[in-house]
Structure formats: structure tokens, C-alpha cells
Design a protein around this ligand. Structure first.
Ligand SMILES: *[C@@H]1O[C@H](CO)[C@@H](O)[C@H](O)[C@H]1NC(C)=O
Ligand SMILES: *[C@@H]1O[C@H](CO)[C@@H](O)[C@H](O)[C@H]1NC(C)=O
Ligand SMILES: *[C@@H]1O[C@H](CO)[C@@H](O)[C@H](O)[C@H]1NC(C)=O
Ligand SMILES: *[C@@H]1O[C@H](CO)[C@@H](O)[C@H](O)[C@H]1NC(C)=O
Ligand SMILES: *[C@@H]1O[C@H](CO)[C@@H](O)[C@H](O)[C@H]1NC(C)=O
Ligand SMILES: *[C@@H]1O[C@H](CO)[C@@H](O)[C@H](O)[C@H]1NC(C)=O
Ligand SMILES: *[C@@H]1O[C@H](CO)[C@@H](O)[C@H](O)[C@H]1NC(C)=O
Ligand SMILES: [Fe+2]
Length: 509
């Protein structure tokens, strides 16, 4: 069902510039399938063994209600499975969450917390019910927690799924021993991007506990995740104001939060205001950096320039006292609202939208307790390369010295939000900066799969879904990261609209 068509004469030209745009956002794709064979146009390397599993919105409403924001679309899971003999299979399935099943049964959007409003808007009572039922639509990311496949959003709650069949198994609200999550705290928020703890199979994440009593400060808890259910407290500290947090960095010894001055007013949310209207960016306030020693739990707080970020890229320790940390940054938090349907589906608005991503490197001097931000020079050969977001790296280089970042750029021509490309940023030598794009094709986040026989950081393949707007069909693209030239592609049986994150899980097929 097409929920958002903008039919005015003056739009015909714009639609032609962005063919198939309405298939990228806002068109429901209800089709599901299990292990359907795929045909690639060129041979797939046989060393690729495992599955690319991904998560994102694919149904933008139910019955008479539509979502106002892409972020609220019902979660759908995809997998591209490679048994390692050159064959490949595709599966896709909606997450059978409580909110999705209830919505299906009443043929309307059930009352669960959404980021943004519905069209037509919720009544006050529906909004109150939504707050009471909380966040349930885990449409952002997917992880393998020591054999438990889980799906996440920026909530503490998660769902466990079966990564082979994409079936939904159960919801999960893990407790953390020795952490008070009761009154006066509301402990609902976490990050959608946990990070592997260096040298282990565990992941690190944060619990955000917002205090609802003015005299009690809110607190952060750094948590070790051993499985979907087993959690350990590593450190806990108080904060004056609770920032919105989507990701963070991990080095060998430290977990690092960039607490941008984009604050969540939890009381406003609990009293029925939409999250999108309860988060405020303070232009004149500094960013606080919390550097948590994973071994000792000691927290060092250093102030740095006002900045906003959704996605950390990687960080590593240069020497005993120096950390380098790379993030996809923005001058403020306006990017958090670009996925509103009224913006993303209106080319005048989305092109005019203040959109200024820029890759930033923070040098953290632990001894002097000083942070120096660094921006990268414009490379005239690939002028848009520093505008990447939704970054991916070779995960073997996580928390280590590395050179290459891959990521989509959404405004590659600096003019039209919709001029997509996928770039390779070479942090070590700008001659290595590369970009791939095709007119009318919309590449999404990539994943780097290392060649088991490789030795260089970019020995492997980059896999990513692309919507071919000209043919109105999606495909999986396998790129050679050394050249960013296509190796093979395979159209999927039906479209995989814009979705957020995922990963390649080895030996899963
Ligand atoms: C996808 O679903 C639509 C609507 O039910 C149907 O018309 C179409 O044939 C399906 N496509 C495939 C490839 O199954
Ligand atoms: C790795 O290289 C060796 C020697 O060239 C070869 O025998 C082996 O099949 C390769 N393995 C993979 C997974 O490509
Ligand atoms: C590869 O392996 C899969 C799963 O075992 C099998 O279904 C498929 O037929 C095999 N393909 C080839 C070309 O042998
Ligand atoms: C998930 O991770 C564990 C190690 O933490 C590993 O043993 C397992 O093979 C991985 N894959 C799947 C599909 O569970
Ligand atoms: C698109 O946005 C522009 C600028 O805000 C506005 O003038 C126009 O009416 C919008 N078009 C539609 C169809 O909503
Ligand atoms: C950067 O790469 C180019 C081309 O591969 C090479 O000629 C040059 O020596 C490299 N520079 C550095 C500083 O490594
Ligand atoms: C992006 O814009 C440039 C300059 O107008 C154009 O040449 C290119 O084809 C566009 N790319 C895409 C993917 O639309
Ligand atoms: Fe994200």
C-alpha cells in the first residue's frame, strides 16, 4: 500500500529526479519469504559463509492510521544467507512484537510509545495509553549476544529472535544485579549500538536512569552484556542532565560517551508529550565526554565543543594517555527530525533541510584531561566523502588503529537530499577516498565481511542493500572495498525499503 504520494503537477519533475523515491520510504512492503534462492549476475566468492541480517521499518501504519515518522514504521527483518558454495538465499519477516500483533488484530495502530505522532493524530487518551504500554517496536538494530539474536532500539527492553528463521521468540527486560532501577528512577532508555568489549565475546551497553525527583540526580550505568538476559554492572555515575544517546565508543580499556547537549525531558514524555517534542538541543552548552575505565569503573569527565552525533565509528588508544575517537557529527540535533514523512517525502523540504554531516576525530589527552576536535580537509576528488553516516568498518579493527570507514552519503551533490552514494573514507591517506553511485539508485548502510585469507584491512567484500529506483526493485550489492566497484548483485523477490542497521553473522546459514 502506498501511504504517501504527493500528486501535484509541480512535483512531476522532482519525482523524475528521484525515481522510485516513494518506494524507499512510506510504501508498505508486506511480503514475507523464507530461504528463497537468489540469483547473482556474477559469481559470489565462496569464502563468504554466513548471513547478512538487517532490521528496519517496512510498514508505515495500520488501518486508518499512518506514522508521521519513518522511525516508527513496524520492524521487518531481512537475511541474505550464504552457505559458502556460491549459492544464496533470501528471507524476510515482520517482527511479531506485542505492538505489531495487537495492531494487526484491531487493524489499527495499537497504543504503544512512538517517537512521533500519527496521521490522523492520537487522542489524548490513546497517547496516555501509549506511554503506559511503552516502547515495543525494535526496528533499529540486530546483534548476536553470545548465541542469542536480539533486536534493539534506543530502549532497555529488547526482543530475542531466531536469526535462522527470523521468528520472534520473546521480549526481554533484563535486570542488572545491584542496580536500583526503581523509584525515583525511570530506567527505560539505552543505546541501539552496543559495542563488543575488546578481546571478549561480550558487549558493552548503557542503561539511562532518569530521576523524576528534582533533588536526586539521574544516572548512567555501564553494563556488560553476556547474553540477552545476563547483565553485569561495571560502573555507575550521576549526571546533571540526561542526554539522548544512540551509540558510543570502546577502546581496549575505556568506554566513551559523547554526552551531546540534546536532553531528554522524561517527565514531559511520561505526561503524554511525544518524544520528538521532549528533546532539546542547547546550542550554547558544551558536550561532556565521559570516559569510563572498564577495569576500575573510574569515570573521567572532560568538556568539549558543542556538537551532535548519532553514530560513533571507532576509537583506539594511541598510547598510554591518548585516545583517538571518530564520529559522524552534526552541528546540532536537527538531523533527528529529518525522517519525518512531511520532510522526507517533500523534495523541497528535504533539500532545504539543514543537513551538515561531517566526520570528526577527537583526540583525547587523558593526562591533561583535554579533548581536541579535528575536521578532515575536503578531498576535491571525492568532495562528499566526509559526509558519511551509518558507518561500518572491518570489525577485526574494532578498538584498534584502522584506516577505512564505509558509509552512505545522502546528499552527495550538496544540493539534493536523495543524491545517495556509498563512500570509502581512507583516514590514513586521502588518495584512498572512493565513492560508488548510480543515478536513481539508493544505497543503504554497508557491512564489511573480511576475507578469511586476507591480510590488508580492506581485503574482503562490502555488502549493502540498494533500491534501484529506475526499475523500482531492490537488490543486494557486493562491492570490492579496494576499488568500490561492484563484484555481483542480486535483485530480491520484493523491495527492502530504507532500513537502518544490521550485521553479517558468520556461520549462520
Ligand atoms: C508481494 O505482495 C503483493 C501484495 O500482496 C503481491 O501482489 C505481490 O505479488 C507480492 N510479491 C511477491 C514477489 O510475492
Ligand atoms: C586460503 O588460501 C589457501 C592457500 O592459497 C587455500 O588453499 C584456501 O582454500 C583459501 N581459503 C579460503 C577460505 O579462501
Ligand atoms: C549450497 O548449499 C545449500 C545448502 O546446503 C544447498 O541448498 C544448495 O543447493 C547448494 N548449492 C550448490 C550450488 O551446490
Ligand atoms: C554468535 O556468537 C557466539 C559467540 O558469542 C558464537 O558462538 C555463535 O556461533 C554466533 N552465531 C550465532 C548464529 O549464534
Ligand atoms: C512541500 O514543502 C514546501 C515547502 O515547505 C511547501 O510549500 C509545499 O506545500 C509542500 N508540498 C506538499 C505537497 O506538501
Ligand atoms: C598514499 O597513497 C598513494 C597511492 O597509493 C601513495 O603513492 C602514497 O605514497 C601514499 N602516501 C602515504 C603517506 O602513505
Ligand atoms: C547526483 O548529482 C550529480 C550532479 O547533479 C549527478 O551527476 C548524479 O548522477 C547524481 N547521482 C545520483 C545517485 O542521483
Ligand atoms: Fe543507528
Amino acid at each position: 500500500m502506498i501511504r504517501y504520494i504527493i500528486l501535484t503537477i509541480c512535483f512531476v519533475g522532482t519525482l523524475a529526479d528521484h525515481p522510485g523515491w516513494n518506494l524507499l520510504f512510506g510504501t508498505d512492503v508486506l511480503n514475507e519469504t523464507h530461504k528463497e534462492p537468489l540469483t547473482f549476475d556474477n559469481p559470489v566468492p565462496k569464502w563468504i559463509k554466513g548471513s547478512l541480517v538487517r532490521n528496519g521499518p517496512a510498514r508505515y501504519g495500520m488501518g486508518k492510521h499512518s506514522f508521521l515518522n519513518v522511525f516508527d514504521g513496524y520492524a521487518k527483518l531481512y537475511s541474505w544467507q550464504f552457505p559458502g558454495n556460491g549459492s544464496a538465499f533470501f528471507s524476510a519477516k515482520f517482527v511479531q512484537s506485542k505492538s505489531y500483533k495487537e495492531s494487526l488484530s484491531i487493524n489499527d495502530v495499537a497504543s504503544y510509545q512512538t517517537f512521533d505522532n500519527l496521521v490522523p493524530p492520537r487522542t489524548l487518551m490513546e497517547q496516555e495509553m501509549s506511554v503506559a504500554h511503552g516502547m515495543d517496536n525494535m526496528n533499529v538494530n540486530i546483534y548476536n549476544y553470545s548465541g542469542d539474536c536480539v533486536i534493539l532500539t534506543d530502549a532497555w527492553k529488547l526482543y530475542v529472535i531466531n536469526c535462522y528463521t527470523l521468528e520472534t521468540i520473546r521480549e526481554c527486560n533484563p535486570t542488572i544485579p545491584n542496580v536500583n532501577t526503581g523509584f525515583p528512577f525511570v530506567s527505560l532508555l539505552s543505546v541501539a549500538h552496543p559495542v563488543k568489549e575488546f578481546g571478549t565475546n561480550h558487549h558493552l551497553t548503557f542503561l539511562q536512569s532518569n530521576s523524576i525527583v528534582p533533588t536526586v540526580p539521574s544516572k548512567f550505568t555501564l553494563v556488560r552484556t553476556k547474553s540477552a538476559d545476563i547483565r553485569e554492572k561495571i560502573a555507575e555515575w550521576e549526571v546533571k542532565k540526561m542526554p539522548y544517546l544512540h551509540s558510543f565508543s570502546v577502546t581496549e580499556r575505556y568506554a566513551i560517551i559523547l554526552a551531546c547537549p540534546f536532553y531528554v525531558d522524561i517527565e514531559k514524555i511520561l505526561s503524554g508529550h511525544l518524544p520528538v517534542n521532549s528533546m532539546f538541543f542547547h546550542k550554547d552548552e558544551p558536550t561532556l565526554t565521559y570516559i569510563v575505565n572498564i577495569k576500575t569503573g573510574k569515570v573521567t569527565t572532560i568538556q568539549t565543543d558543542n556538537v551532535f552525533t548519532m553514530h560513533h565509528i571507532n576509537a583506539y588508544e594511541m598510547d598510554e594517555d591518548t585516545i583517538l575517537m571518530d564520529v559522524a557529527s552534526y552541528p546540532d540535533a536537527t538531523v533527528a527530525s529529518i525522517f519525518e514523512m512531511n520532510v522526507v517525502m517533500n523534495s523541497t523540504r528535504r533539500n532545504a533541510y539543514p543537513y551538515k554531516p561531517s566526520l570528526k576525530r577527537f583526540k583525547i589527552d587523558l593526562k591533561a584531561e583535554k579533548i581536541t576536535p579535528h575536521s578532515f580537509d575536503v578531498n576535491p576528488k571525492v568532495p562528499h566523502v566526509n559526509m558519511l553516516d551509518m558507518p561500518t568498518i572491518n570489525e577485526l579493527y574494532r578498538s584498534k588503529h584502522y584506516c577505512y570507514i564505509y558509509g552512505p552519503v545522502f546528499k552527495s551533490d550538496f544540493k539534493t537530499w536523495g543524491n545517495f552514494s556509498i563512500v570509502k573514507k581512507d583516514l590514513c591517506n586521502t588518495t584512498g577516498d572512493l565513492s560508488w553511485s548510480l543515478p536513481g539508485h539508493y544505497p543503504m548502510e554497508g557491512w564489511f565481511v573480511p576475507d578469511p585469507n586476507g591480510s590488508a584491512e580492506d581485503d574482503g567484500v562490502l555488502m549493502l542493500p540498494v533500491l534501484d529506483g529506475n526499475q523500482a526493485k531492490s537488490y543486494l550489492l557486493i562491492l570490492d572495498p579496494k576499488t568500490m566497484k561492484p563484484i555481483a548483485k542480486s535483485y530480491t523477490p520484493f523491495n527492502t525499503p530504507f532500513h537502518f542497521h544490521g550485521r553479517f553473522i558468520e556461520n549462520l546459514f
